[in-house]
Structures are given as C-alpha cells and as structure tokens.
Write a protein that binds this ligand. Structure first.
Ligand code: G4P
Length: 551
C-alpha cells in the first residue's frame, strides 16, 4: 500500500474508518527497553514515563518486579501478581501521536538471560545510571549485549537530588567501562543539596529543580545562549561554573548527531531525578524525536525490513500462567514486518505447522485487549498451549528464521534428580516446558538420559523445583555439578569433532536444539581441549556471530 491515509467503509461494523499505510503505522512506533543495575531507578522511571504519557494517573501503579530478598516465596508472589497483570511485561502508550512500547526487563541478575532476550526485541534502550554508584556490574553486561547488537542508547543519570559523583567523572566512567561515546544534552547545576536544575543544551533553556515529587509542571526558563544574563538572575553564582562546564563540553565531546546515535555509536546523556519527576519530560520529548522506528532484522536467509508487505515475527518471551488449573501460557511476539491479523493462518516455522490466533492480545499500559491487527514494532501476546519455544519464527509461509536470540553458557549447573518415579512423565513434560520458556537451559547426557540444568543464578533452581511440584505434580531435587562452562562447537573437520565427542563422552551433552555441547569442568580443561583440538572452535554462546566477550 502506498503512503497516505485511506477512508474505507467497514461493512460488518457499519462505519467509515481511517486506514493508515503500513509505512505510516511503522513511523508511529518506538519500541524500547529500560535497563539498569537493580535500584538505579528503572521502575521509578518507567512509572514516570507512563505518567507523563498519560497512561496511568497516579504513582505506585507499576508493580516493581525486582526481588529484594532472593527467596522463592518473594519470587513466586511477584510472579503471581505479574501473572494476573501480564501487562507489566509490555507497556504501550501514546505520546504526541507516537505509539511507545516499553518492554520490561527483569532487574535481578539471576534473570539476566531473560533481559538479554528481551533486548533482541527492542529497537533502542534507555540506560539508567545512579549518580552515586556510576557504572555497576549489571550495567556492564547489559551494555555489552546492546553494543553487540548496535542498539541505540540514551543514558539517564538518575538521583541527582542525592549526593553523587562529579558529572564529568561519571561520563568518563561510562565511556571507559561501557565502551560507548557519550554526548551530554543537558547539564546539571549542582548535585544533591546544591542541585538547582539542568541546563538543556539541545533546546537552550533552564529547567529549574523543585523537590516536589508530585509536581508534573516544571519551571522552564528560555535562555538566548549560555552568556545570557538571565542565567545569573536565575541561578546566581552557579552561572559562571555552568558557563565553564558548557564550554568544556562543547570542546571535549563530539556534536550530537542522530545518525551516530542510531548506529549505536554515540549515546546522548540526560541528568534528572525520576522520583521527583525531574528531567523525565525532557527525556521523553527527546526520545520521541530521535529514537529509531522499528528496524530491519536478520533471518537465516535474508534481512527482513519492517515495510516488507508479508507478516513475520518472533517469540522472545514466554510467560507461564501460574494458576495450576490453567496450563496455558502467553508467548510474546515481536512483529518484524507486514501486518499481523487476528484469525489469519500463519506458519510456525520450527514445527512446520499452520496456526491461527483468535485472541491475540495487546497491552496498553495496564490493560489487555484482544486486537484485530498489529504492526512492526508492536509486541502482542499469543495464548499458547505448548507450541512455542523462545526464538520461534512465525511468517506468512516463507521458510526463514530470525537470528540473534542466542543462549549464553550458564554459570551454575545441577543435575535434575527424579524423587518420585511414579511421576516421571510429569517431570519430563514439566522440565521440557519450563526450559522452552527460557527459565533455564537443559542439557541431556547419554547414557541414561541424564538432565543437566544450567542457569545464571541460584534462584532459578528454587523456581523450577517449586513450579515442577505446583504446576506438574512432579517431585524433583538438584545435585550440584562442578562445571565451568557449556560450549557449543563448530569445525570444518567433522572427523575431528566426532573423535572429540567420543573421547570426551562423559562431558558431552545435547542442548534443546539437539546440538552437541561440551560441558567443561574447569577453565584449564577447556583450554587444553582448545589446544589439543585446534580444528574445533569452542563457543560460549549458541549463536556464534554474536559471541559475548568474556568478562
Ligand atoms: P530499580 O527498578 O532500578 O530496581 O529501581 P527503583 O525504581 O525501584 O528505585 C530504587 C530506589 O531508588 C527506590 O527507593 C526509589 O524510590 C529510589 N529512587 C528512584 N529514583 C530516585 C531519585 O531520582 N532520587 C532518589 N532520591 N531516589 C530515587 P526504595 O527506598 O528502594 O524503594 P521505595 O520504598 O521508595 O519504593
């Protein structure tokens, strides 16, 4: 369809409606994730964005998904709440005629892999940094994934109402620890008790701070340029410091260019205080101006552009229904091209099956509703009775699979032990479905069909045990395995690989896709395998183009 609006008569509902072209639908959408180290302010910022976007009316409406104590009961409680209101996984709202889709990412480090996968479904991210703590461990890992995918990043330095590090030191830290170039677009006047607001270099205005958490309107003062005497009237002696700082910034940092931001090379930086609603509107206004439209994505055979007329999309998250009476799940589909329509048949590529969906769901802030159609950039929920695995592709028939949803080597490995032989079937089904959901990775070892479960955190084992019991009626325990890494292998010399697999049989397993994996017990044993078998390359991610750099 060509660009432009179309007025059509809807026969069944008997009204005229305005139809936008696919290009127009795409250009209205911005799909992004907010990432941060736990406690930097991700939940608070998300909530404030929704408030400014008019999607919620009061603070406190967004449920925090962070887990303060690493106890299963807390996790299950949070998951139950989230199960009831799955909307918290995707929060869509309209702002200035743009449809914004925020994808929620778990802050807890034990769920890092879930966050990595969600990052495959966004077109850009906002990175929240606590001004006192600067760059933290989790921030580094998440940024590594963004860098690998060249995801455009906007940095929001939060909690400026509290004492923190010098802003120049923070920028240096971000550049050196996260490996990205930055360009401040606003600059703070003071910090903590001396914080007076920010000077917006992009728009040439002063945004004055008022520590009123409920106030949404800010005092904005227009400034001709940095030498305007109005500055002295407004912020007194701090004006001279500000002038010096701005001069330094213009001299040291590159000019802001949207193209560089879009290619993931330059991150604009804002300062603010999410809790005090401060700097959030500026962030949102800039975001809608510069954040990229839905981007093209690679499949195993070609690059798919959002404007391609045929529908395609992939599953990046599966959310279980925690009510044991209903085994159904919600699979989250990111639409990559064309138009998705309710009740139309689509091809599930991995299992080679035609499927149609009668209740596809969209998520607007806190409401779920069944939709008739959806467009690139949108994320919709599909009710699933066990057909989907993370990474699955749906198309109008074309045989292709989206790339870039790799599994990373787990950090902790345990063997699953069946405690009730009468419930073997339930256990098999349960562990299979839970690993399809991405709760953990499953490696099967022969002989004996032994199941090694790998995770990035201890918490998942408790979750699996709890869910196996409550949802599948199976009783299981875990026995610790002393393993260092799971490595996927590639080679040009099949004979050597076969030889290796035979010789190392006790440390070989198969992953969910039937690929051989080497379970190395120690770093030393991995290194000696590498030197004994130079023909084989050992990878710590399942997708080799996007290999993560070891920390
Ligand atoms: P997270 O999702 O990244 O884990 O962080 P979250 O938003 O939950 O924020 C972590 C803590 O930091 C919260 O306090 C929150 O109120 C506080 N916070 C967020 N933004 C700001 C800010 O701009 N200034 C200040 N001073 N604090 C901020 P908490 O005591 O852990 O939780 P709560 O009891 O306030 O909910």
């Amino acid at each position: 369809m060509l660009a432009g609006f179309y007025i059509v008569y809807n026969k069944s509902k008997k009204y005229f409606c305005l139809i936008m072209s696919l290009e127009q639908e795409i250009s209205k959408r911005r799909t992004f994730g907010i990432i941060s180290h736990p406690d930097a302010g991700k939940t608070t910022l998300t909530e404030k964005l929704l408030l400014f976007g008019g999607a919620i009316q009061s603070a406190g409406a967004v449920k925090s998904n962070k887990i303060k104590k690493t106890a299963t009961s807390d996790f299950m409680e949070i998951e139950k709440q989230r199960g009831i209101s799955v909307a918290t996984s995707v929060m869509a709202f309209n702002y200035k005629d743009v449809k914004i889709n925020i994808l929620d990412t778990p802050g807890h480090k034990d769920f890092a892999e879930d966050t990595y996968r969600t990052l495959t479904a966004v077109d850009s991210v906002i990175l929240v940094i606590d001004c006192a703590n600067g760059v933290e461990a989790q921030t580094k890992k998440l940024m590594e994934v963004c860098r690998m995918r060249k995801t455009p990043v906007i940095v929001f330095i939060n909690k400026m109402d509290r004492e923190g590090q010098d802003p120049f030191d923070l920028l240096d830290e971000i550049e050196s620890h996260l490996g990205i170039n930055v360009r401040p677009l606003s600059w703070p006047i003071g910090i903590g008790s001396t914080f007076q607001g920010v000077y917006n270099m992009f728009e040439n205005h002063l945004n004055l701070f008022d520590s009123n958490k409920t106030k949404m309107e800010r005092e904005i003062v227009s400034i001709k340029d940095i030498n305007d005497p109005v500055l002295n009237e407004q912020i007194g002696e701090a004006a001279d410091d500000l002038r010096e700082n701005v001069e330094l910034i213009e001299g040291v940092y590159d000019e802001f260019e949207v193209e560089r931001y879009n290619s993931g090379d330059l991150a604009p930086v804002f300062f603010g205080s999410a809790l005090n609603n401060f700097g959030v509107q500026e962030l949102l206004d800039t975001f809608v101006k510069i954040a990229p439209f839905p981007r093209s994505r690679e499949t195993n055979i070609k690059v798919v552009n959002p404007t391609d007329s045929k529908f395609s999309g992939f599953i990046f998250k599966i959310h279980a229904n925690l009510d044991p009476k209903h085994r159904d799940r919600i699979a989250f589909l990111r639409i990559c091209s064309g138009k998705f329509e309710r009740n139309k048949f689509y091809q599930h590529i991995r299992i080679d099956k035609k499927m149609r969906f009668s209740n596809p769901t969209s998520f607007m802030a806190q409401d779920k509703s069944v939709i008739e159609e959806a467009f690139p950039g949108d994320v919709i929920g599909l009710y699933d009775t066990g057909n989907f695995k993370i990474g699955d592709t749906l198309t109008e028939g074309e045989k292709m699979e989206f790339q870039g949803i790799p599994s990373f080597s787990p950090e902790i490995f345990k063997e699953l032990v069946n405690k009730d032989p009468m419930k073997t079937k339930q256990l098999e089904k349960g562990i299979q479905q839970l690993t399809d959901e991405g709760v953990a990775q499953l490696f099967i070892q022969q002989p004996g069909n032994r199941k090694i479960v790998g995770t990035v955190g201890e918490l998942q084992f408790e979750v699996i045990q709890y869910r196996l019991e409550h949802e599948y009626g199976a009783s299981a325990a875990f026995e610790a395995k002393n393993l260092y890494k799971a490595c996927w292998m590639t080679t040009d010399n099949e004979q050597k690989l076969e030889d290796f697999i035979k010789r190392k049989a006790t440390n070989i397993a198969k992953d969910k896709d039937d690929n051989y994996v080497f379970l190395a017990q120690t770093r030393f044993l991995l290194q000696s395998a590498e030197s004994d078998y130079p023909e084989i390359t050992f990878h710590t991610t399942s997708e080799f183009k996007t290999e993560m750099v070891e920390q």
